[in-house]
Design a protein around this ligand. Structure first.
Ligand code: 3HC
Length: 312
């Protein structure tokens, strides 16, 4: 079929809610958009290990350390699922990592904020993983098969991530006055960057129109952000913490919470590389990548030997 006919067949398939698989014909723009979003999702999972990893040696109890260790390992696994799913689009892991190291690929701006106290580990699990779940549950219905299947797997683990974070915040909020103040301070610092995780407002979103048309995205940035706010405010109320937004108010006519303006200048500053931890995050990733080179070489040599044996 010629390109126009292929496109019509592709769009009819998407309209029928059929998954697009790696071997199917797809428009270059669909492939490019998916490589962009999926690889940035994978980069976010791996870079996101750093703020929490920072507290592995300082967790207050062995139980908290074991839970945090499991969570950080999960995030690394999520990154591997997503890199694997992205590679099905015809790009190598090396190309993806190079794009991150050369600043041609992004990761979620939220991970450029410092984890200053133990309460930050609670706020990250509760808010960052909470926001990620809202987004990723929606992505379980994305039109690209490998991405949708990776999301099903990841969402199962994210629920544990969010609950363990919320439990930390609950424990602190019910603890001493100092512990409650620590939890409130963490909520104050992580609330607005968590809302930024859903991306710019729909009207300013560069990719949403195409992503919604081809069902890469099933719900818009603002729709998912609103869902996150609506479900999280009652959780803050339950543990007696105050959301740092004087304009937050339930709007009975809309059936949703109205909330104040997001500081998009801060968002752009952090995305442009001028957040509190951007340089540190990338430097750590570059060091780990360099120090892990011998492992990649050993695996490649082992793989080559195995292939030679099976070919003989
Ligand atoms: N941080 C950094 N960049 C962001 C961003 C954020 N929070 N939100 C949007 N952007 C970037 C986009 O990547 C795009 O830039 P690009 O063209 O260079 O890629 C630009 O801002 C315009 O935004 P759009 O809304 O047009 O971009 P998208 O249509 O891609 O929507 C998104 C943004 C909603 C984040 C979408 O990419 C998405 O759903 N991604 C998958 C989920 C994801 O990546 N989550 C990141 C966190 S993972 C995580 O939290 C793990 C958990 O276990 C802790």
């Amino acid at each position: 079929m010629d390109e126009a006919a292929e496109l019509l067949a592709f769009e009819a398939k998407v309209a029928r809610e059929e998954r697009i698989e790696p071997k199917d014909w797809m428009p270059d723009a669909y492939r490019k958009n998916l490589i962009r979003q999926m690889s940035q999702h994978a980069h976010s999972e791996v870079i996101g290990m750093q703020p929490e990893g920072n507290w592995l040696t300082r967790a207050p109890t062995l139980r908290r350390k074991a839970i945090l260790l499991a969570k950080v390992q999960d995030e690394g696994g999520h990154g591997l699922y997503l890199y694997g799913a992205t590679e099905t689009l015809g790009i190598t892991r090396e190309e993806l990592i190079d794009a991150l190291h050369e600043g041609r690929a992004k990761y979620a701006s939220i991970f450029n904020y410092p984890s200053l106290t133990w309460a930050d580990i609670g706020a990250i699990g509760w808010l960052v993983d909470g926001a990620a779940i809202v987004n990723q549950i929606s992505l379980q219905r994305t039109s690209y098969g490998p991405y949708a299947r990776a999301m099903v797997r990841i969402c199962k683990e994210e629920s544990f991530h969010q609950r363990q974070g919320y439990e930390i915040m609950l424990t602190l909020a019910r603890g001493s006055a100092e512990q409650k103040a620590m939890a409130q301070d963490a909520l104050n610092r992580w609330w607005w960057p968590s809302l930024m995780m859903f991306g710019p407002h729909d009207a300013e979103s560069a990719h949403s129109a195409q992503s919604m048309r081809w069902k890469i995205k099933r719900q818009s940035n603002d729709e998912l952000r609103q869902k996150f706010v609506d479900q999280t405010v009652p959780q803050a109320d339950f543990i007696g913490l105050a959301i740092p937004d004087p304009q937050l108010k339930f709007n009975a006519d809309r059936g949703h919470y109205d909330f104040g303006p997001i500081d998009w200048d801060e968002f752009q500053r952090v995305v442009a590389g001028n957040g509190p931890c951007n340089r540190e995050r990338l430097a750590n990733h570059l060091t780990a990548h360099r120090e892990g080179e011998w492992v990649r070489e050993a695996m490649a040599a082992h793989d080559a030997k195995r292939r030679a044996r099976s070919a003989a």
